[in-house]
Design a protein around this ligand. Structure first.
Ligand code: CP
Ligand code: NVA
Length: 301
């Protein structure tokens, strides 16, 4: 039976722990040069731009001994009206797994429903589960534990925030989100996460209150891909939510600063914080590679 990874809650706590352990092993160089997926083909269907997700997956696939096949929006017959279902059925006859980056989350759900191979969400408007895996791997590396970590997310309750909500629920992280009214994480995601676990997820308005005593300060862009027409309104709404030195001073002395990247420097995060001593953003970006190798090993049989 094929397994998909469309949202963090698709995996149990034990499965996520196993992925993190394996990712840390792989990062240490254990099993370097071993190619468990030799002879396999993994597709990347991307309907939005990407730097980290594309390159880390293509590298992960190569390092595992498999071949990656990348297609961008408009290159497939889907762009001329072939249905998602027929595309999924066809590609399942060639590929061993597929990573999809898309607009509406329902597109990846429809693909997964009709595919007989594992489908991995490489970002949709609703979720970014691969990012969350690398994020919690980074927290584990830097802090040695996840349970009870005070994790402050400052800014837009977007796809990245939604996946962090699910990761927090699964891994018993204390998540505090500071966002303007109307920009909370998706209510269905919140309900499902709160139902799934007794994780501690708090939403408030004041970024300083969220940052107080935090072990982790996390932010993401105020204008996600596909929201460009709202850019001006969003920049106005979020201007009190910048992660800067003053906000960082509210957190624990040894707090780490995280960002999924790409950053809009000078908007949601200042240069001084992004390039400062607390920032782990490039370790976080590197961990996309290791955690996705562990994920592929688990899903591709
Ligand atoms: N963090 C992330 O997914 O980056 P890309 O958009 O560059 O893939
Ligand atoms: N929230 C951002 C994440 C990019 C990795 C977006 O969807 O554009």
């Amino acid at each position: 039976m094929k397994r998909d990874f469309l949202t963090v809650l698709d995996f149990s706590k034990e499965e996520i722990e196993a992925i993190l352990r394996r990712a840390i092993d792989l990062k240490s160089g254990k099993d370097a040069g071993k190619c468990p997926l030799i002879g396999r083909s993994i597709g990347l269907l991307f309907e939005k731009p990407s730097t980290r997700t594309r390159v880390s997956f293509e590298t992960a696939i190569y390092q595992l001994g498999a071949q990656s096949i990348y297609t961008s929006a408009g290159e497939l017959q889907m762009g001329r009206g072939e249905t998602i279902a027929d595309t999924a059925r066809t590609l399942s006859r060639y590929l061993d797994a597929v990573v999809i980056r898309t607009t509406n989350h329902s597109r990846i759900e429809e693909f997964a429903l009709n595919a007989t191979i594992p489908v991995i969400n490489g970002l949709s408007d609703r979720h970014h589960p691969c990012q969350a895996l690398a994020d919690i791997m980074t927290v584990l590396e830097k802090r040695g534990r996840l349970e009870g970590i005070r994790f402050a997310f400052i800014g837009d309750g977007n796809n990245v925030a939604n996946s962090l909500v699910e990761a927090a629920a699964r891994m018993q992280i204390d998540l505090v989100i500071a966002c303007p009214e109307g920009y909370e994480p998706n209510p269905e995601v919140l309900d499902r996460a709160r139902e799934a676990e007794k994780g501690n997820i708090i939403i408030l308005r004041d970024p300083r209150e969220a940052a107080a005593r935090a072990d982790v300060i996390y932010t993401d862009v105020w204008v996600s891909m596909g929201q460009e027409q709202e850019a001006e309104k969003r920049r106005e709404k979020f201007k009190a939510y910048q992660v800067n030195d003053a906000l960082l001073s509210c957190a624990k002395d040894d707090a780490i600063v995280m960002h999924c990247l790409p950053a809009h420097r000078g908007e949601e995060i200042t240069d001084s914080v992004m390039d400062g001593l607390h920032s782990v953003v490039f370790d976080q970006a590197e961990n996309r590679l290791h955690s996705q190798k562990a994920l592929l090993e688990l899903l591709v049989k």
